[in-house]
Design a protein around this ligand. Structure first.
Ligand code: DX5
Ligand code: ZN
Length: 220
């Protein structure tokens, strides 16, 4: 089972973004990019031009989490900018046309669901995706508290993915820190996203390492 850490640049200092990425790269397996449109979620963040700039500065997998109302209008721009994968929200409706576009564009296909959305909403699509993201906060802002109730959905996803032997990575996003990482890992997460717990720290790489160690203690 992969064990990966994905720092979320949402909590980085955008005025020094390249330096922030350099500071955390040694402990990062992917870079999580939170794209918000001020409509699907109230916050407004970054888009393809920033991904294009990041692409020139890092070889890390750029894991773009699209919290936008019209992801279909943006997929091509993200692919051209150098995104490796895009994750779309099931709350928008049937994601299959988006999956087809992502495959055509060479993007890894991710699907996500909000804390209050049941696992049954994503279950029908598990055979068609590369990544299932379990939101453990309400999307829109970094620095929120982890919602433990979502662990049940993660455990269910782990069970189904293992039973069907699917090549789907399970990612969890929101409120991950040294205190919550272990329960997320135990529930079956392959990839932990962490923003404020890494970047709101003087030594982000060390903070990331501590989260990794809390999740997957040496020898486990
Ligand atoms: C929330 C974003 C998260 C966020 C996580 O809408 O999807 O990726 O950056 O931030 P923390 O780790 O601070 O909860
Ligand atoms: Zn995210």
């Amino acid at each position: 089972m992969p064990r990966k850490l994905a720092p979320s640049i949402l909590s980085a200092d955008f005025a020094q973004l390249a330096d922030e990425v350099d500071r955390v790269s040694a402990e990062a397996d992917l870079l999580h990019v939170d794209v918000m449109d001020g409509h699907f979620v109230p916050n407004l963040t970054i888009g393809p031009p920033v991904v294009q700039s990041l692409r020139k500065r890092t070889d890390l997998f750029l894991d773009c989490h699209l919290m936008v109302t019209n992801p279909g209008d943006l997929l091509e721009d993200f692919a051209s900018a150098g995104a490796d994968g895009c994750t779309v929200h099931v709350e928008l409706g049937d994601p299959r046309p988006l999956f087809a576009r992502m495959r055509d564009l060479g993007l890894r296909v991710g699907l996500t669901h909000n804390p209050e959305t049941p696992f049954d909403a994503v279950r029908p699509y598990l055979e068609e995706i590369d990544l299932l993201l379990v939101m453990s906060v309400h999307p829109g802002f970094g620095g929120q508290s982890f919602i433990p109730a979502v662990l049940e959905k993660l455990r269910e996803a782990r069970r189904v993915v293992d039973e069907r032997q699917l090549a789907v990575e399970l990612e969890i996003d929101g409120g991950i820190n040294v205190d919550t990482a272990a329960s997320a890992a135990a529930a079956g997460a392959d990839i932990l996203v962490a923003g404020s717990a890494i970047f709101h720290h003087d030594a982000p790489a060390a903070a990331a390492r501590r989260i990794r160690e809390a999740a997957w203690p040496a020898g486990s």
